[in-house]
Design a protein around this ligand. Structure first.
Ligand SMILES: [Fe+2]
Ligand SMILES: [Fe+2]
Length: 259
């Protein structure tokens, strides 16, 4: 079974690139299931019902998120809708709207977690995922994990913690792709960060001017995603042995496209 996991899709430029590339990639690479990091889908911060629908029509099966999931308020009341294929990190406090895992959205089960180092104060992703797995999550399907975290060490630690228990752990949030794809000794595929679907000429997908000005002046600036031009499409393909539910290979699938 082959799963493609796509990094943070930034604004309309990112969505256009997904629209142009994903259908062809699905057939070219014989992909069975696609996860897409959607926390930056709508104007670079947050996501909406419409932008989610656009990405599922483009070929995404499950949309994972992170710290920006709350930024467009309209999505919040829909997060508990069983038909909306959107996860928010599992380790938010009990009672938070939405769900952090799904094992009934296709042939692959998905878990979304958020890190605590330089991101925020959340429940321990390690303890929370242990509890979920101990409860029989997955219905026997291979499980992939999007760990939305800043620190490379925290992402690596979670992957090793879950080695042999899930098919893959991939990092997101930095928007910078890493070249360390590997399969850990007990069969869990890992990459520190998927990267993004966002503009080449940008800072993490947003216009250089606003982002740079923030560092020059120490004042908050208006951040606008880059809407057109050359877009980096960053993703990782995980090959999974269906009989074991574990990874046999992990490789980067990176493309560039003009939108
Ligand atoms: Fe992001
Ligand atoms: Fe993030």
């Amino acid at each position: 079974m082959r799963v493609l996991m796509i990094g943070d899709v930034v604004g309309s430029g990112g969505r256009k690139a997904v629209n142009k590339l994903l259908r062809n990639l699905r057939s070219e690479l014989d992909i069975d299931f696609v996860t897409l990091q959607g926390e930056n889908l709508a104007a670079g911060i947050g996501l909406t019902v419409d932008t989610v629908a656009e990405m599922t029509e483009a070929g995404a099966d499950v949309i994972t998120t992170g710290n920006h999931v709350w930024d467009k308020r309209e999505i919040i009341e829909h997060l508990d809708d069983p038909y909306l294929p959107v996860l928010r990190p599992l380790n938010y406090p009990p009672g938070t709207p939405g769900r952090g895992s799904t094992d009934d959205s296709g042939p692959i089960a998905v878990i979304n977690l958020i890190g605590r180092v330089w991101v925020g104060e959340f429940d321990s992703p390690f303890a929370v995922v242990d509890d979920l797995l101990a409860g029989g999550f997955g219905q026997g399907k291979p499980i992939v994990v999007d760990f939305h975290a800043e620190a490379t060490s925290e992402k690596g630690a979670l992957a090793w913690h879950l080695d042999g228990r899930v098919a893959a752990v991939v990092g997101t949030h930095t928007h910078v792709p890493t070249s360390d794809c590997k399969v850990l000794p007990e069969g869990t595929g890992f990459v520190t960060d998927l990267g993004m679907v966002g503009a080449v000429d940008s800072i993490l997908g947003v216009e250089v001017e606003g982002s740079l000005e923030r560092f020059l002046t120490n004042r908050r600036q208006r951040m606008q995603p880059v809407r057109s031009g050359l877009i980096n499409f960053n993703s990782v393909l995980i090959d999974i042995d269906s009989s074991t539910g574990l990874a046999t290979s992990v490789e980067r699938v990176d493309r560039q496209i003009e939108v």
